[in-house]
Design a protein around this ligand. Structure first.
Ligand code: GLA
Ligand code: CA
Length: 688
């Protein structure tokens, strides 16, 4: 009715349809989140309090590994370790130096495709890749680092320095570290990663690293353990964060390079598929190596005898001898962790909270459950490309054009009742209506710069009208100009109950204001491919670390490069047709990356938040806290470890330091007293 009145007024006055805006509810700042205290606060330290690189007088290993040395099957531990291994400091370990043995039993919803992470193969998530693939820097544990010392932690890069003009970064690798098959880890590996993986447009690594990820740096080797990156602009410090998990995690060049087409490999496809999921003992720099994969059943990892980290007593890490990943569903991970048949879960599907909390509250519960900050958040992203990314049909192109119209995006946001959406997942003080952009409670968030469009169906309808959409045939759904009903396809990931429930909620709410939305629910890699190739009108995703930390994955905050942004990548010709607000966001993000002034960076992020939320670059849905569930037998789990901040909890807890006291070990190893075999051989090896 409001619309009719407005339209009539517009007619009478001869003004544009924008006159309806008088009947649209004004945006506000977002409602305050219900109080929900994180359980357990981190003990804040400097990075150097956690670990250092130094030689120790002597080193130890499990007795059963020593038996391999005694049998002449493995060099002595001191020879397997680098000259100066990474040494974890006892004072920073919650329960002190540990003992060897036992296994961590994970349950995951993904499936390993194969081991060529560098050509885009997924290991099945849930921390398998985090445990196998080590990176030059590390950020997961930064949740406990003092703000004044906030920089990525050294890892395979033991140190780095900037030239005076800030245009050259010199990186020093840990010297004498070895792959799990004993081959040396050197700049041959970093060079292969940089030039033949990131620098080769035919190869796309799993997490999408591209030259822009490293500010288009030029790579040069100095010696076996030193390389430089040279930049066009001074001090692009964001690259140090992009050297952490997901990106600068080099693969074993001695194994990968011979399969790469530039060095004699048959084709790019053959390169990608050269290490299928039944290829065992793929060499890693991580604490454990895959020795067994039974499809849809389990993946088993055994300790890497060449792991390059130790404790202050000289004990080679990890403490845990085995890692298991039961191949099930993500929902089952919560159920099993609470029941004690699994050891670990990131409780992140809000539908499971009440049941999990009830069970964990029982003093006899085998698992401890601790909620963290509200960093799990979902956003509905309209595809903002108008020039062909994802090759839309003519109908799809019409939707892209609508997506690029702010009136249409406003219609979507006014139609969403975020409180009802959150309550449909879980009732209680968990979820908060999320306007989109940076999360409330994180360090760069500013409430006054956050624009929130409250739920109001009448405003949604007025905005549809303003976007030229009316129900011309009276069937309850708005029509495209001179045609049938508008029908928007909403892409969602169906491996998680939450994603699907939110998507169904959005479909229903859009229906209430007359927008027909059809769900396209895909699983695993099919979803990832559709997402990354732009084959969607709208998409719902669980957001990444950039909206929490800002300093990590900063380039993903806007379409700063052809492939950095989730809902706006370049078309086949490499062209980006940015909207005005997107151009302004890109400008801000680039300024942020170039700035070393904390006050300026804060101010820039206020502008970013204003642009993002006012223009509805993404349409926020709901945000809520996750909880870490870990079996009570494990020691050295740091207090306040969030399930997701700079990285997932699988990294945040520093697994190589986690142990089980001798009297609590459960004897659940599937391959006791074995080590990984030769690359490509059938399974683990024992000493006989
Ligand atoms: C999946 C899970 C997360 C986390 C990550 C780790 O995305 O949903 O909880 O385990 O894998 O990569
Ligand atoms: Ca209609």
């Amino acid at each position: 009715m409001m619309i009719q009145r407005a339209a009539m007024a517009a007619l009478l006055l001869g003004v544009s349809a924008y006159a309806v805006s008088a009947d649209v509810m004004a945006p506000t700042t977002p409602p305050d989140a219900p109080k929900f205290d994180a359980q357990g606060q981190p003990v804040f330290v400097n990075r150097s309090d956690i670990a250092e690189f130094k030689a120790l007088p002597a080193y130890n290993e499990p007795a059963w590994v020593k038996a391999f040395v005694d049998a002449g099957k493995l060099p002595p531990v001191a020879e397997r370790l680098p000259k100066e291994p990474m040494v974890y400091k006892t004072a920073n370990m919650p329960d002190g130096n540990g003992v060897y043995g036992d296994v961590m039993r994970h349950v995951i919803g993904g499936r390993p495709e194969g081991w060529n992470f560098w050509a885009g193969q997924s290991y099945g998530w849930g921390g398998i890749d985090i445990g196998l693939v080590e990176c030059l820097t590390r950020t997961g544990p930064l949740f406990q680092v003092n703000a004044a010392d906030l920089q990525p932690m050294p890892n395979l890069a033991k140190s780095w320095e900037w030239s005076e003009d800030g245009k050259t970064l010199t990186v020093h690798l840990v010297e004498g570290a070895k792959w799990s098959d004993g081959a040396p880890f050197t700049t041959a590996d970093t060079e292969f990663y940089f030039n033949d993986v990131v620098g080769d447009p035919e190869v796309t690594p799993l997490m999408g690293a591209a030259p822009a990820t490293y500010s288009d740096a030029v790579y040069a080797n100095v010696d076996d353990y030193t390389f430089t990156l040279t930049f066009q602009t001074p001090f692009p410090e964001a690259v140090l964060y992009n050297m952490a998990y997901g990106n600068f995690c080099p693969g074993p060049s001695h194994i990968l390079k011979p399969q790469h087409p530039k060095y004699g490999g048959a084709s790019y496809e053959a390169f990608q598929k050269a290490f299928p999921s039944d290829y065992m003992n793929f060499p890693v720099m991580g604490g454990w190596t895959v020795v067994e994969h039974r499809p849809d059943d389990v993946v088993v990892l055994r300790r890497n005898p060449y792991y390059w980290k130790v404790d202050e007593a000289g004990n080679q890490l990890p403490y845990l001898d085995e890692m298991q990943y039961r191949l099930s569903t993500w929902g089952d991970r919560d159920v099993q962790a609470v029941a004690g048949t699994g050891d670990f879960s990131n409780l992140e599907q809000a539908e499971n909270y009440v049941e999990a909390l009830k069970k964990a509250a029982d003093p006899a519960s085998p698992a401890k459950l601790a909620f963290g900050p509200r960093t799990i958040g979902y956003t509905l992203y309209p595809n903002l490309s108008g020039n062909g990314w994802g090759e839309p049909t003519p109908e799809g192109q019409a939707i892209r054009d609508l997506n690029r119209n702010l009136d249409f995006r406003k219609a979507i946001t006014y139609a969403i009742d975020r409180q009802r959406l959150g309550d449909s997942l879980v009732k209680g003080p968990f979820t908060v209506p999320y306007p989109g952009g940076l999360y409330d409670g994180t360090s760069y968030y500013d409430k006054a710069s956050t624009v929130f469009y409250p739920y109001d169906a009448a405003s949604a309808k007025a905005q549809l009208e303003a976007a030229g959409l009316t129900d011309t045939d009276g069937d309850g759904f708005v029509n495209v100009a001179g045609g049938g009903n508008l029908n928007v396809t909403l892409l969602t990931q169906s491996d998680y109950a939450t994603d699907k429930n939110l998507a169904e909620g959005v479909v229903a709410m859009m229906g209430e204001v007359g927008v027909k939305v059809t769900l396209s629910a895909l699983t695993g890699k099919d979803f990832d491919n559709a997402r990354d190739s732009g084959k969607f009108d709208w998409i719902i995703i669980r957001n990444g670390t950039e909206l929490i930390t800002v300093v990590q994955n900063t380039t993903a905050l806007a379409p700063t490069g052809p492939t950095t942004d989730v809902n706006h990548k370049a078309n086949g010709a490499g062209e980006l047709d940015l909207l005005d607000h997107e151009k302004a966001m890109v400008d801000i993000v680039n300024k942020f990356i170039a700035s070393r002034d904390p006050a300026e960076r804060q101010a820039l992020m206020k502008d970013y938040q204003k642009l993002y939320t006012e223009n509805l670059d993404g349409i926020g849905l709901t945000a809520y806290p996750g909880a870490l569930i870990v079996n009570k037998r494990f020691a050295n789990i740091p207090a306040g470890a969030p399930i997701f901040m700079y990285n997932w909890a699988e990294d945040n807890i520093i697994r190589e330091r986690v142990f089980v006291p001798a009297d609590k070990q459960i004897g659940a190893e599937l391959h006791p007293n074995t080590l990984p075999g030769a690359p490509g051989s059938a399974g683990p090896v024992s000493v006989e």
